[in-house]
Structures are given as C-alpha cells and as structure tokens.
Write a protein that binds this ligand. Structure first.
Ligand code: NAG
Ligand code: NAG
Ligand code: NAG
Ligand code: MN
Length: 609
C-alpha cells in the first residue's frame, strides 16, 4: 500500500518508472528533486481563510507528503536500479536504508542489513533486534479514551496475509494483535502464506506455531498457497478460513495500537453493512520509528491508485475527532462482517496480484447499499515498504484491475480510467478477463449508479466530461519527441524523448484548451495546467487562472493537423536548435505546416453532464 496525499504526478510517474529503463529513471531524478523543492516553498505560505484546525491538519499533511514523496522516490529511483546484489562489495552506497539509520554499524553488519533490506523492502536486520512486544505511542485523538463500549461486542478473526515477510515482523503483528485486542473478542488468528520462498519462514514459523498451539490449540491457523496468488486472492483465502462473525483483513507488517478493536466492532454490530478501516500510522521502513499520520479518508485517483483525502467538511463540522469518517474507498486493510462480505461479493477474484480491489470494494459497498468508514479511535501502524515483494510490473496489474472495475461499476465515467491510463476506449488490446459474474452481481444486488456514488460519496473527485483527445503529442518532423511539461520548477513546456508517463500526458477539450501533465483527480489538488501563448512563448499556466486573466489559452487542433492559437494565430512548432538536448526547441511561430498527432482522438465529446 503506497498512498499519496494530493499530488499524484510524482507517485504514478515513479510507479511506472519501476518498469522503465534506468536511463529514464535517472533523467527524472533532477526533476523529482526540483519538484520537492518547489512544493516545499509553497508550504511556507499560509492559506488565508481556512479554519485553524483544517489549516493545521493541512500543514501536517503537506509535511508528511514530503516525507512520503521522499520514500517513494527512494523506492523507485534508488533501490530499483540497484538490483545486483553483488554490489554488496560496496555496502556504503547511498541506499536509503542508511540515510537515517545504521551509521555506526560495522561494514559486515551493514552488508548484512543491506542484503536483508533488498530482500524485504524494510529493515529486517533491525526488526530482528527489536522487542517483539514493543510498546507503541498512543496516537488516538483526544476523547477516544473516554468512550465506553458494551460487553457483548462480536468476536473477530484477524487474518494476516504475507509473502516473503521477515519472521520477526510477522511475530510483532501477531503479538500486537494478541496484546491489544481484548482476549474475549479475539477468536483466532489466520496466517495466509502466499507461497513465500524464504526458508527461514518455513521452519521457524512452523516451529513457532507448534509451540503456540500447544498452549492454545487451533488459535493460530495457517493457510498456504502452493502458488503465488497475489494479495487479493490471499485476503479471500484468509476470509474462507475465518470463523468469527467479524473478519479483520490485514497485512502481516503492522502493529495494532491500543483499543483498536472496540470502536470498529461496535460500528459493525450497529450496522453489519458497514466496512471499516482503521486509521493508519507509518512504521518507517529504515528505523522502525512510528510516524503519526493525520486523520484521513481514503480515496483514489482515476488510475485507481489509492490516496489519502482530507476528511469531508461534514466531519470537521461535528468537531468530534472520534466520530467515524465517511470514506469513498479503502486503502486495503479492513474489517467486515463475515457473512455480509460474502453477500456483497467478497473481492473481485478475477483481479490479479495487487491494486484496484480496494477501490472496487469501496465503490461496490456504497453503490449496493452499504457504507465505508475510517474509525479515528482505531489505529494501526503499518510498514510502508521501500519496495514490494511482488516484483513484477505492478502497474500492469493495477491497470488491468482498474479496467475491470471501470467496466463493471463506473457506467459512463469509465472513460476517465481509460484516459488516466492513456489507453483507447475501444479495442484497448488489454485482456481484462471475464467480468460477466461481476456484472451479474451488480444486477442481483440492484446497485445504484456511479453517478450517484460520485455525487453522494466522492464529491471531491473531479470529472472530465469534455475531453476529446488524450495521450502524448508527437510532432511530424521528429516523431520520437513528445510534448512534455518539463521540469516542475518552471512553467516552460519542452519536447522530450517520448516515454508516455504523466509529464507527457495531454488532454484536449471540446472548448479547445490543451491540458498538459497530470489530470488532477480531486478538488483538493492544484488546478491543471494549460498551454498558453505568453508573449509568443509557450507556457503552462493554471487553466482557471489563465481563463480568468483572458490569456491566450485556446487552440485549434485536429488529429494530424497544426496546433494553432486561436487569438495569436501562432503555431506550436519545433525549431532546430543544437543547444537543446534533443536538437529541437519548442516554439510558437508563424505556422509552417508542422503537424501533431495525439494518441487517442475522439471526434465526439465522450460524455455530457
Ligand atoms: C475524559 O475523562 C476524564 C476523566 O474521567 C475527564 O477528566 C475528561 O474531562 C474527559 N474528557 C472528555 C473529552 O470528555
Ligand atoms: C463523538 O463521536 C463518538 C463516536 O461516534 C460518539 O460516541 C460520541 O457520542 C460523540 N461525541 C459527541 C460529543 O457528540
Ligand atoms: C509572420 O507572419 C506575419 C503575418 O503574416 C508577418 O508579418 C511576419 O513577418 C511573419 N514573421 C516571420 C518571422 O516570418
Ligand atoms: Mn502493506
């Protein structure tokens, strides 16, 4: 689970980067660094007119976002290219593991720690040396301690899924579950091993369970997959083995905080159609310190990557930090009534490996009569790994899963998912598998429309109903170059080798604006940037600002034709310039007949609202 707050550009870029060549990764390092500098400067300016509480939350949020960006960057840019383990001759490399930890280790120990880090994606070397039952700071908001709960709460089965997890990390998850869940409420623990291949886990875990179950027979159960099924089907396997009325589905690299269970169990007892997520804090992957995260709802962008959201206004108005937070979707760990989960259709087991299932579940529950909430008084700390154990190209799975979700649940809004992934809406060439049973499920449950869901549950989501073309823009005189937003530190678009990642995404609207870069998914985000003719130079300016200032932001463009400003009549063209990296400069000049091609062009407006 890697979730972003507000700014998505970087993260989705980085995620996709993991599947790209190192060269492009490295080219982006500078941009990424600049980007962060840029964001940081903006943080300094107070935002007038927002309430104090929200303001404070926002500041924490942004600072935290910077931290998170940092770890994401480390993840994809530093770690991924450094795959060769024989690099271990050089244990003092700039691995992010040693940025805040381990300076005083001996070279041998560094080498050992680095090796484990590369395998697990977190500091397993340190984990092995920390107490299994360490205390956690109580990060619950004020008021949680004063709440009281009835004695007859339902019991819960806790499911931990894992693949190639460090044994000490699993142990700590188990101990925190046992120590911080009232004994009468915890029926059992179920471990789902998604075909791990680390030997340590096999023997040690078996021995450990033997010992444990001698004292408490059947309390810890194990489900082993004999081939890797991925996170989605692992959760369902765990659910199948569970017997308590409530099931909690978690990763095996978490630590429960005190009092996590009662608020959740009460909410579900009151209404079994509620699916609940705890609030997340971070366990830093390098030094295992707990980092407090602000209270958030859990949303997603149009590619269906998860992202944290500011809680809705209605929640702030309550001025009750312990009240449940309405959330459009889930990050991935959740607690659910066992039988309701089945009635509502479990998870989409036709999805592969990772990603999108959490969004699908959230949307499905809402559309089909249930609700989804984050409980502020229920907190868990979760290790955000520096890299994931599923080593294949995650983005491909997420994309496929997102399309399944879009086709079943999103009605006319599914176009947004295709646009966000920059794939054609007809004949995409992507095999999403059979979705007939999911469609039948939707029919059977008589679920509401996605439009209802957007209006009622996810009003923060921006919709784009007027986009007639999207993809990358290539120029006829040099087709390997694409229009690109350029460094985030300025507003000067450039041409760059085509790589198709978000900085090269363009969206041309029916009212003739040309958006460049990430299409911002929620209203919390900054505005999109539009191509504008500023004194005969191409610039990227926030669209609403440019419109308000009556700048030259409208362009004539048809597939395979020139891009010509409606007011200045100048054309967006390439000019040979040997000083430039790729031999060309992006200019506005008298139209010379250069032609542009965008990946996907629809004559008709996609949908209308
Ligand atoms: C919580 O309980 C304590 C002790 O009973 C009391 O002093 C405090 O005012 C209560 N706080 C709230 C927010 O109700
Ligand atoms: C705050 O929310 C909690 C949890 O829903 C509820 O039990 C409590 O009564 C609320 N407090 C106030 C003052 O409304
Ligand atoms: C561009 O076109 C305008 C109007 O046709 C003309 O006056 C001007 O000289 C041209 N500029 C260049 C640099 O060719
Ligand atoms: Mn996780």
């Amino acid at each position: 689970m890697v979730c972003t707050r507000k700014t998505k550009t970087l993260v989705s870029t980085c995620v996709i980067l993991s599947g790209m060549t190192n060269i492009i990764c490295l080219l982006y390092v500078g941009w990424v660094t600049n980007y962060m500098a840029n964001v940081y400067v903006r943080v300094q300016e107070p935002v007038p007119g927002t309430k104090l509480e929200e303001d404070k939350g926002e500041t924490i949020r942004i600072i935290e976002r910077l931290d998170r960006l940092e770890s994401v960057i480390n993840q994809h840019i530093q770690e991924a290219p450094q795959k060769s383990e024989e690099d271990a001759a050089e244990p003092f490399t700039d691995s992010s593991l040693f940025a805040h930890w381990g300076q005083d280790l001996s070279p041998e120990n560094r080498r050992a720690a680095l090796k484990q880090f590369q395998y697990y994606g977190y500091n397993a070397y340190l984990s092995d040396r920390l107490p299994i039952d360490r205390p956690l700071p109580d990060l619950r908001p004020v008021g949680c301690k004063n709440l009281t709960y009835p004695d007859d709460l339902p019991q819960v089965s806790i499911v931990f899924i894992f693949v190639n997890e460090a044994f000490s990390v699993i142990q700590r998850s188990i101990y925190s579950a046992i120590n911080r869940t009232p004994a009468n409420l915890l029926k059992e623990i179920i471990l789902v091993d998604d075909n791990s291949n680390n030997e340590e886990l096999k023997e040690k875990l078996a021995q450990y369970l033997d010992d444990f179950n001698k004292r408490k027979p059947g309390f810890i159960k194990v489900v082993r997959h004999n081939k890797q099924e991925g996170l989605i089907r692992s959760r369902v396997s765990g659910w199948r083995a569970a017997t308590a009325p409530i099931v909690a589905l978690f990763d095996a690299h978490i630590e429960f905080n005190v009092g996590w269970a009662e608020p959740v169990l009460l909410r579900i007892k009151e209404d079994r159609r509620r699916i609940i997520s705890p609030s997340f804090d971070n366990i830093k992957y390098d030094n295992f310190e707990i980092e407090e995260y602000p209270l958030s709802a859990q949303g997603y962008d149009w590619q269906l990557w998860c992202r944290y959201l500011n809680p809705p206004k209605s929640w702030w108005k309550l001025e009750n930090r312990t009240a449940p937070i309405r959330t459009p979707a889930l990050i991935g760990c959740f607690i659910v009534d066992r039988l309701y989960f089945e009635e509502i259709g479990l998870l989409d087991e036709g999805m592969d490996v990772y990603g999108g299932e959490n969004v699908e579940l959230g949307v499905r529950v809402w559309q089909c009569g249930g609700s989804v909430e984050v409980m502020p008084c229920s907190r868990i700390a979760h290790i955000e790994r520096a890299h994931k154990p599923y080593t294949e190209d995650l983005a491909l799975h997420v994309r496929r899963n997102a399309l399944r979700m879009a086709e079943v649940w999103m009605d006319e809004f599914k176009s947004h998912v295709y646009m966000a992934w920059n794939i054609p809406q007809e004949d995409s060439g992507i095999d999403i598998g059979d979705i007939s049973s999911r469609k039948a499920l939707r029919k059977k449950l008589q679920c509401k429309t996605f439009r209802w869901y957007l209006v009622t549950v996810y009003p923060e989501m921006r919709t784009y109903t007027d986009i007639i073309a999207y993809g990358v823009l290539q120029n006829s005189i040099k087709t390997e170059l694409c229009l690109d937003q350029g460094p985030d530190t300025d507003n000067i678009p450039i041409v760059y080798i085509c790589h198709g990642m978000t900085p090269q995404s363009v969206y041309y609207t029916s009212n003739q604006q040309l958006h460049v870069g990430n299409l911002n998914p929620t209203l919390d985000d900054d505005d999109n940037r539009c191509l504008v003719d500023v004194n005969s130079r191409p610039r990227l300016i926030e669209c609403n600002y440019a419109k308000a200032k009556r700048m030259k932001l409208y362009w004539d463009f048809n597939q395979g034709g020139p891009i010509q400003n409606k007011k200045s009549k100048r054309c967006l063209e390439l000019l040979e310039n040997s000083d430039n990296e790729f031999g060309y400069q992006l200019v506005l000049q008298n139209c010379s007949g250069q032609r542009w091609t965008v990946t996907n062009y629809h004559k008709n407006v996609i949908i209308t609202t």
